[in-house]
Design a protein around this ligand. Structure first.
Ligand code: PRF
Ligand code: ZN
Length: 381
């Protein structure tokens, strides 16, 4: 039985109840329009309204309660109008739990060769055909209102993390100006939560300014953006810590694009509640599986002689039924192996978060983190 009591229904579509803390780390329940989410949480990414190699019903079986999708890709196909017509993305893909949509801001970096940013907004040339897409803050929010996710993201001006000088400052300040246009354009404040995104790169002064400006706007939750882009680990940790120290204690914090097992453990300790990353399924497609002792490359010929599962005790479909040897052999049959390893990696991260969360509740976060890190780096000598 959960020790929380039902909080009086207020007018916002998000309730965040902290059950236990350890220093900066928190174990919480986030109540959203499509049910409860236990945090810290890892959100699997189905960019185009589909997971690569995994169905939504399999995500449900893994216990996933909050998935990520991307406005840029969905706006291109099937388009906001169609999604609105069918009653939103939940209905379209038959997903009964929560969804978060990213705004499209990040594609300014990932599709930088094809995009142009001005104060008005961003214009993309399609990587698929010769169409162009104008994404102003108003357009991103309108499409996200049509998609109907439980959490929607502000359109931010994203530049590479390692950018320095006036362009970084411009991007950070423009993100705040765009946020005011996002808030103005947002038509579903009663059932969709708009999260602002803190920017400012790894410059403490710019981060501080961004934090101050965004916190003033009193959102239901906040994201930390502009990281995991090739910066030094120390700069990364310092910036995360600066943000979590300043963001309101009683609201969820989402660290965007971070999902390496070690990073989610360390950043949960720093007070982050939500993570997303394509890495778990992307790396699975290259034959790499997550284990307690680090990454396991199933393509390597050593795997041919291991007649044990990827991870002893793992309850996923791949580990319950197959040996590393068989998975190594299957990699030649790409789709099947990718599917099984993706399921394993997603299950691994979802379970890692649940175990970490339980350790916060049990007052054993230090033991958990020490044990996790010792095992993870065991083979690195
Ligand atoms: N902004 C948005 N999406 C993101 C990021 C960001 O800064 C990151 C961090 N690099 C990942 N995804 N809108
Ligand atoms: Zn497994």
């Amino acid at each position: 039985k959960q020790p929380h009591k039902k909080v009086k229904k207020n007018e916002i579509p998000l309730e965040f109840t902290i059950l236990a803390t350890h220093n900066f780390a928190r174990a919480s329940i986030m109540r959203l329009p499509h049910g409860e989410v236990q945090t810290p949480v890892y959100m699997p990414v189905g960019t185009k309204g589909a997971m690569k190699g995994v169905t939504y019903s399999e995500m449900d079986d893994l216990g996933c309660k909050l998935l990520l999708a991307n406005t840029y890709h969905l706006a291109y196909k099937p388009g906001g109008d169609l999604l609105e017509k069918v009653g939103g993305l939940h209905k379209f893909v038959n997903w009964k739990h929560n969804i978060l949509t990213d705004s499209g801001g990040f594609q300014m970096v990932s599709l930088s060769q094809l995009s142009e940013v001005t104060e008005e907004g961003v214009t993309f040339e399609s990587p698929y055909d010769n169409s162009t897409m104008h994404l102003r803050p108003e357009d991103s929010i309108h499409t996200q209102n049509q998609i109907g996710a439980d959490i929607i993201m502000a359109l931010d001006d994203v530049v590479r993390t390692t950018t320095v000088g006036p362009r970084m400052q411009e991007a950070s300040e423009r993100t705040t100006r765009w946020l005011d246009r996002d808030i103005e354009a947002h038509k579903r404040k009663h059932d969709q939560n708009l999260f602002p995104i803190v920017q400012g790169g790894i410059d403490p002064k710019l981060r501080e300014q961004s934090l101050n400006d965004l916190i003033q706007r009193e959102a239901n939750g906040y994201a930390i953006g502009g990281l995991a882009g090739g910066e030094d680990k120390v700069d990364f940790w310092k910036t995360v810590a600066q943000c979590t120290a300043k963001l309101p204690v009683n609201k969820p914090r989402y660290l965007m694009g971070v999902g390496y097992p070690v990073d989610v453990v360390v950043c949960s300790c720093l007070g982050v509640d939500m993570f997303d990353c394509v890495f778990s399924t992307r790396t699975a497609r290259f034959g790499t599986a997550f284990t307690d002792n680090g990454f396991l490359k199933l393509k390597n010929k050593e795997a041919a002689n291991v007649f044990e599962p990827i991870q002893k005790g793992c309850q996923c479909q791949a580990c319950k039924s197959y040996t590393q040897s068989y998975l190594h052999y299957l990699i030649a049959r790409k789709e099947v192996a990718c599917h099984l390893i993706s399921i394993h990696n997603l299950n691994y991260l979802l379970q890692l978060m649940l175990n970490l969360r339980q350790s916060i509740i049990d007052g054993k976060l230090i033991e958990f983190t020490n044990g996790f890190l010792q095992n993870w780096f065991k083979n690195e000598g």
